[in-house]
Design a protein around this ligand. Sequence first.
Ligand SMILES: Cc1ncc(COP(=O)(O)O)c(C=O)c1O
Length: 923
Amino acid sequence: MPADARRAKLHSISDYYSAVQLRADRWSGLRQVADSLAKSDPDGKQATKLKHKAQAYFEALEPIETYWAFPGVAAFDHMRRELDHKNWDDLAFSVRRVVRALTTGAYRRRHVPLARDDSEAEEMEDESTLPIEARALARPYFEVLIVDSLGEQQERWLRSSLQRIRRTEDPFICEPVLVPSLEDALIAILFNHNIQAVVVRPGLTLKSRNTLPILTRYLRPVDDEGVDALEPSAYASELCRLIAKARPELDTYLITDRSVEEVAGMDLGLCRRVFYNQEDFLELHLNILRGVNARFKTPFFTALKEYSKQPTGVFHAMPISRGKSISRSHWIQDLGAFYGPNIFLAETSATSGGLDSLLEPHGPIKEAQELAARAFGARQTFFATNGTSTCNKIVVQALVSPGDIVLVDRDCHKSHHYGLVLSGAEVIYLDSYPLNEYSMYGAVPLKEIKRTLLELKEAGKIDRVRMLLLTNCTFDGIVYNVERVMEECLAIKPDLIFLWDEAWFAFARFGPTYRLRTAMNAAGVLRERLRSAAHAKKYETQQSELKDANTETLLKTRLVPPPSARVRVYATQSTHKTLTSLRQGSMIHVHDQDFKGEVEQTFHEAYMTHTSTSPNYQIIASLDVGRRQVELEGFEFVQRQVEAAMSMRRAIASHPLLQKYFKLLTAGDMIPDEFRESGVQSYYDPEQGWVDIWQCWAHDEFVLDATRVTLAVGGTGWDGDTFKTQILMDKYGIQINKTSRNTVLFMTNIGTTRSSVAYLIEVLVEIAKELDDLLDEASKMERLSFERRVKTLMEDPPPLPDFSRFHDAFRPNDGFGTPEGDMRAAFFLAYDEENCDYLALDGSLKTEMQKGRELVSASFIIPYPPGFPILVPGQVISKEILEFMRALDVNEIHGYRPDLGLRVFTDEALAKHAGITRPKAAE
Ligand SMILES: Cc1ncc(COP(=O)(O)O)c(C=O)c1O
């Protein structure tokens, strides 16, 4: 049977989103066939059929296995020969071993013998069941990619040379993977998550011979890089540059025979070292180990562990430290038993000595923050031990003074609203596009941001505009085109500061596609671009084209910022939400060209304002270790997370029973067409399979974060909140944390496994089956009532209201009509009860509005869901907002007292305030 026909009999590749999953499934397929072969009659018909199938598996695995060190090309060929020679018992044994080692990770810890007569061939224990202490003691394993086009003999010599220089005292186990070309190297680093270092040797070629689409799609990001036009002498340096772009955390070593002067003139990305002697393997080996160790080391965690071992007498205000208040207790022993001793031995504070201080770091905390800055691509990073809520307030306070204008998305987290009140900013709320059907908001279109900036420019107020504050990604997974937003805004206001709330996006840096849309990456790219001669030329050309352009033209044009624009970017991240950190562990990342000159001092003051003088050191240690993890396995974990989310999307979208009651929301459902230039509707289509997400992530105005899966559940007759609490939580123990009127959001994270996804699908199918049974047995009336409920939930959602406006009493009376408002004045005006009144929603409020009275909210009103204010202090209550509030059927509305009504300002208070603040108006 021809190879193509044999391969066609296996599962189609288009069934797979992930090459890693494909690899795992191919190996377990081969194991099943090899087991059956071992049991079959060697001369029978069945054996011939099975042999063909096994051959197909080998052929399918061959192009995949070249990128992995285990089992390795030699072992792979050996197994293949076992098949050809009909040594089926041996084959079954070896394949079983490989599959087991791949699933348990045993190959990472020791040599895995594949031959049956090998003396070491006793049954291997399941590594995952080893005690955690034993696993912590094992030497970590990684693979080093060597890029060189070598003949068989040379390759054998290189491998044995590398083997010889390994030493028992090495802190890590390191295995080589050899590939011949630049393209193969790129495939390898994006496919094989074990690779931690790359050695680029002078003999490399350009093209890969691999034609497997699931692997060659890894080359999509370099389609526009023009590698085909390169001279062979440029392959090595170009590869170094591309590696830095695709996986900046990897260490790259260039081995060259070119002159020092020539090499000095090349862009080598983040290349760690250049070697001139090709054969100095020991030096190379030691450098590779040192490079990995630089990511492995955790200065603060290590210092804390050391501290906890020291005997100390505690005469300090922390009875819990060293567990003393627990061990002597008759009543709280269970606390000690539950947490174990280490956490109490490590309880300390800066003032008890020995360790660094978060408020004035000079030692291991400072070092840990510097490593985090490197990992996340920032110029400076600051740890916070009370969440991103605090980080947001710190950044706003550090940069915004009373009277500065700040543009902010209205559906941002409440910490921003409070931060803006504290800073005394003049606030302009930007409306996100609404998704009325699902009672949720999308994100703010760039056109709206530009329009507001141009309006302010027209009014002569652009100098007062200080900051643009946006949430990326949003809770529901809408992701901005960060680079484009910043570029176009800088074209209008060249020193605008950006605060990107990445509370949910810390993981994004470690997925190459996701990284494109992170604040720190975009800041780095922009900074470089602004310096380039090509950019200066582009800017000049556009300036002459746009000489007399009107607002509409400027809104339609992709604006180019002046080369003198300043890159001033901040990102706040809840490390604890998407990566490994104890609760409240967050980071502020900074890429601000003017930080040192202008901000450092005010940043310090703001940090002092909001940070506890007793920060929790366990949180800081977990941030330090979380950083180590992302630098060494962030890529793998994010890759797995996306895979799990994609298989969940596919399973829900293609299950016929689930279609009856649920609808998986796709990018097409959550992002209007005008913002999806790529036209990509959905990441998975039952007919076409997987869509290549690179295209939309590189260009579209908004994209959907695939790891957040929104499911419309209105079809079940339950609203989002009931579905969450009474069905998922109470019945099946599944926790989720966001719902809308008719949807629930399933968030995957770096710990999500294929099994947890499978469980969720099982549960959804069970719910759907139960509903089927229920409806089958329902009376006519019951069915009618179900249908009405579904209709109300899915077809009659109350339209989401826009931000109305600040009342004139809180706006400048300068005749320009720009929308900024002094929210702080309104907030504090409400401190005096005399200034406020309570009006019942359905009673006096409505009547007063009908009479034409302008009613102004005195408080933040935050219904949950959706969880952001529909009214802020000083905001005029519109008819739409009132209708939305009346239609809201949620239990929690923060700031609203159903017994009293809505808190509004009295007309007298508004008039008096306007008189104070608006003398011109009073004249
Ligand atoms: C967008 C956004 N920003 C900030 C925060 C606050 O983060 P933390 O819980 O770390 O204080 C949240 C919390 O949910 C959030 O959703």
